[in-house]
Design a protein around this ligand. Structure first.
Ligand code: NAD
Ligand code: TDX
Length: 357
């Protein structure tokens, strides 16, 4: 299977993974038009995209994936033959504070987008493709052993995970019922440049640089598998261009670590790169009230994408964390600029009552 789209609608391209994706594909495929549709929520930031904003094969449209009229106009104007759907509310802690926007964007938004694709692609399904970006969290929580595979039953446990699982089910239902040509990817925790500092790794780096307390939920024993975002976007490009219709791919980094160990390694790396004695920042760690329903562990079996599509992650955790800390130290202003009043009030709500001191 080989697919070379001519016009791609990328949703959520001003967010963390979407902007890394556009920075990768826009310069690489000069003959393909990429239209970035993004509502610019608190998580969207056009400053991520300055390197490509003037390219002839890139356009930005400020709009919402739930806006059916806008979508039908965009499909008519640009004649998309591919959609890569990143747009979502993506932070588990925010979904616990208020799930409403998660159902609106992640479930209803995915439905509206597929309706638009379905109407535009009637009769041309074999030359079009809808790539839905999803997460390992749809599978629930693992114990200390084992991996999720594409055959694992869904068992989402947070409102975020439930909204992503609902979207995945709708995408498969559209494939089965209407013949929508879809591919789905479920990925583990991404990290790297341009990640909004509500997520663990950039939050730790920011607080470490500022000398502020580092919140670790529970005892820091929960385990995540970390994937460097540039490795992820390479995998996404392969899936869009070479995976068969209807297929699902799990993309993990094979880099599992407990949260406490990760935080310690990050703090030591910040010490190293700022010329402090290694270990100086570890006393900033604070164990705080756990996340409700906190999934213990995620791990994905990525062997099918490695064996069948020839993808391999290029960064192990050591190399990825070094690059990530370097990047945030070089982009302190970018980070401080996005921490506006909305973030400060979220931070106060999220951490104020959790025993941070
Ligand atoms: P993000 O929160 O950084 O970015 C989301 C983007 O979507 C933002 O630019 C935001 O403005 C936009 N957006 C939100 N609601 C919208 C709407 N209604 N209409 C249009 N645009 C809207 O998210 P991310 O970390 O880049 O995640 C991207 C995708 O990857 C999501 O679908 C997420 O579920 C999935 N994912 C993320 C991770 C991770 O570790 N970050 C891991 C697995 C899967
Ligand atoms: O302050 C914190 N302290 C802490 O201990 C934060 C923000 C997180 N944590 C823990 C919770 C998790 O076990 O660190 C781990 C990672 O947390 P997040 O960065 O919030 O990521 P997670 O909840 O694992 O979800 C991420 O990976 C899967 C993304 O945010 C999702 O969008 C993706 O689907």
């Amino acid at each position: 299977m080989s697919f070379a789209p001519s016009a791609v609608l990328v949703t959520g391209g001003a967010g963390f993974i979407g902007s890394n994706y556009l920075l990768h594909v826009v310069p690489r495929y000069a003959d393909t038009l990429f239209v970035n549709l993004d509502a610019l929520t608190y998580a969207g930031n056009l400053a991520n995209l300055t390197d490509i904003e003037a390219r002839d094969n890139y356009r930005f449209v400020h709009g919402d994936v739930t806006d059916a009229d806008l979508l039908s106009r965009l499909f008519a104007e640009y004649g998309f033959d591919a959609v890569v759907h990143f747009a979502a509310e993506s932070h588990v802690d925010r979904s616990i504070l208020d799930p409403t926007a998660f159902v609106r964007t992640n479930v209803h938004g995915t439905l509206v987008l597929m309706q638009a694709a379905r109407a535009a692609w009637k009769g041309s399904e074999d030359i079009c493709r809808f790539h839905h970006i999803s997460t390992d969290e749809v599978f629930g929580s693992l114990g200390p052993e084992g991996h999720f595979t594409a055959d694992t039953s869904y068992a989402p446990r947070s409102p975020y995970a439930a909204s992503k699982a609902s979207a995945d089910h709708l995408v498969r239902a559209f494939a089965t019922t209407y013949g929508l040509p879809v591919v789905i990817t479920n990925t583990s925790n991404n990290y790297g440049p341009w990640q909004f500092p509500e997520k663990l790794i950039p939050l730790v780096i920011r607080n470490a640089v500022a000398g502020e307390p580092i919140p670790v939920y529970g005892r820091g024993e929960n385990v995540r598998d970390w994937l460097f975002v540039e490795d992820h976007v390479e995998a996404l490009d392969r899936v869009l261009r070479s995976a068969p219709n209807g297929s699902t791919w799990l993309i993990g980094g094979d880099q599992e670590i407990s949260n406490l160990e990760l935080v310690e390694r990050l703090l030591d790396e910040v010490d190293r790169q700022t010329g402090s004695q290694v270990g100086t920042r570890r006393p900033l760690i604070r164990f705080v009230t756990d996340r409700p329903g906190h999934d213990f562990r995620y791990a994905l079996d990525s062997s099918p994408i490695q064996e069948q599509l020839g993808w391999q992650p290029k960064h192990d955790l050591e190399k990825g964390l070094q690059r990530t800390v370097r990047w945030y130290l070089d982009h302190i202003r970018w980070m401080e600029n996005i921490l506006d009043g909305e973030y400060r009030s979220y931070y106060a709500t999220q951490y104020g009552s959790r025993g941070m001191n």
